[in-house]
Design a protein. Structure first.
Length: 468
RNA sequence: GUCCCUAUCAUCUAGUGGCCUAGGAUAUCGCCCUUUCACGGCGAGUACCGGGGUUCGAAUCCCCGUAGGGACGCCA
């Protein structure tokens, strides 16, 4: 049978990294087995679901390049189907109407809590023959088996057993007729022929209920894989106060999807000692059985390291692609001057994020308007103008503006001036970039171009002479 | 409170009874490379939650604690 997995977020917020990881695992497993990956939007909570959230989720899936083979399906478009199943359950005696009011239920829950019992519905309408109260629209509850246990073999946790006595009769349709989560998931997973339900382990407790409903419907039970949650660096549930939780926030902060995905997959999954995985490798190597059972803490440091790794190693064209958005954001026009791919090659070893990469590359495209103060103090002396003038003279003579010649010209100047490069290099860097950090001088100057380089040196000499 | 789940360096993890005086990665620190900033190279410290078993032998199996997480909605 063909493997079919699904990712089923509810559109009540951003796609957070926990969800992204679950989606990744589902996607990987489908790809690995040459199965199908389905996207389903679980929007039965009419109050909290928003179009903005749907858009955000789709955008994030797209940015991460987790392509789905089917969907997105929307549960709100399948209400007729759910009602059909609810009716079927009612007719077969697997469900019943419950006329309890919210207040009544709240009171019941409080009583039970006070008695230190697990709060649950007591089944008061389950076999009731009492006449329903006037004018009350009933909710519909599933008649959960009273005896026995539900057992399932979780692909990551192993055997999980829960006694039916722990489960109560859950509501499958609200009094306004809208089906609830536990019903719609079950119907969808059956209808969409999902074979492997890969989801967060906050759903472990829902699983036995869902299995019971599936059985009542005579459906085949899919396999389940519950992946542990992602915790913040303090071991608490990941939330906004731990920093970014939304996938797109990472794009905004200059991360590559390659890095985020690689980081996420290693959070709770491993393949020996390997840390870096290409997409193809992942598809090949991924096994649900290798997913860890324990929750893991999110480590921004390691993500940053991976991001830098990918900035360093991905083809410059690929970086450039992802950089376009950041250039627009940071309003840096790169249409004139050095090719962006060349700047990427020159700068990639000193940027941990794309945001940094753009910020530290401005001088390649914009005039230098100020000079780093500490650098000026440390590197500039009264001799500096004279030194730089000599270098400029050498540079001006070059007919071929390449790294070898530039390097040679600088060397020659130093020899003639009888000074060490340390006296000239930093000042030259200050003059041409405004700062104290850049690629090697020959690369920097080469990318700047001969005329820009000479202009900047001249301007700097004037500047230094004026403040002296 | 009740139920479910989990437990190796600060963090992510390897480890499926002898290969473990516990390996890798990130972070930290030191040294080297170096025209800056970086990159890179080399090295250091740091862990099997506690207690009982089982076994010739336990990080690995069992039990009990402890700690953490999750669930207990007419949310998903």
């Amino acid at each position: 049978m063909k493997v079919r997995t699904r990712f089923a977020p509810s559109p009540t917020g951003l796609l957070h990294i926990g969800g992204a990881r679950t989606a990744l695992f589902s996607w990987l497993y489908a790809r690995k087995t040459q199965g199908e990956f389905i996207l389903r939007i679980e929007d039965t909570d009419l109050e909290r679901s928003t179009q903005a959230s749907i858009d955000a989720i789709l955008e994030a899936m797209d940015w991460l390049d987790l392509q789905y083979d089917e969907g997105p399906y929307y549960q709100t478009k399948r209400f007729d189907r759910y009602r059909e199943i609810i009716q079927q359950l009612l007719d077969s005696g697997h469900a019943y109407k419950c006329y309890c009011s919210k207040e009544e239920l709240d009171a019941l829950r409080e009583e039970q809590m006070a008695r230190k019992e697990k709060p649950r519905y007591d089944g008061r309408w389950r076999d009731s023959t009492a006449t329903p109260p006037e004018g009350v629209q009933p909710a519909i509850r599933f008649k959960n088996p009273v005896d026995g246990v539900v057992e399932f073999d979780d692909l990551v946790r192993g055997k999980i057993t829960i006694a039916n006595s722990e489960l109560d009769d859950l509501i499958i349709a609200r009094s306004d007729g809208v089906p609830t989560y536990n019903l719609s998931v079950v119907v969808d997973d059956i209808d969409m022929q999902v074979t492997h339900v890969i989801r967060g382990d906050d759903h472990i407790n829902n699983t036995p209920r869902q299995i019971n409903i599936m059985r009542a419907l005579g459906a085949e039970i899919p396999k389940f894989a519950h992946v542990p949650m992602i915790l913040g660096s303090d071991g608490q549930r990941l939330s906004k106060r731990h920093g970014a939780v939304g996938v797109m926030q990472y794009r905004d902060e200059g991360y590559l999807p390659e890095a985020l995905l690689n980081y996420l997959v290693r959070l709770g999954w491993s393949h020996g000692d390997q840390e870096v995985f290409s997409r193809d490798e992942l598809v090949q190597l991924f096994e649900i059985e290798d997913i860890n059972r324990a929750p893991s803490s999110f480590s921004p440091d390691k993500l940053l390291w991976l991001n830098q790794h990918y900035i360093k190693t991905l083809p410059a064209e690929r970086i450039a692609e992802e950089l376009t958005w950041h250039l627009e954001q940071q309003k840096l026009d790169v249409s004139q001057g050095a090719a962006i791919t060349e700047v990427i090659e020159a700068q990639r070893e000193r940027a941990k994020t794309l945001v940094e990469l753009v910020a530290s590359s401005r001088y390649f495209y914009e005039p230098v308007t100020s000079y780093d103060e500490a650098g000026m103090k440390k590197q500039v002396t009264t001799d500096t103008p004279r030194y730089l003038a000599a270098v400029a003279e050498q540079l001006a003579q070059l007919s071929t503006w390449d790294e070898v010649n530039i390097h040679q010209a600088i060397q020659t100047s130093c020899e003639q001036l009888q000074v060490k490069l340390g006296k000239v290099g930093p000042a030259l860097r200050l003059a041409t970039t405004g700062g104290t950090s850049s690629p090697s001088l020959e690369v920097t100057l080469k990318l700047l171009g001969q005329s820009v380089t000479l202009e900047r040196i001249q301007k700097f000499i004037t500047y230094v002479e004026n403040i002296a």
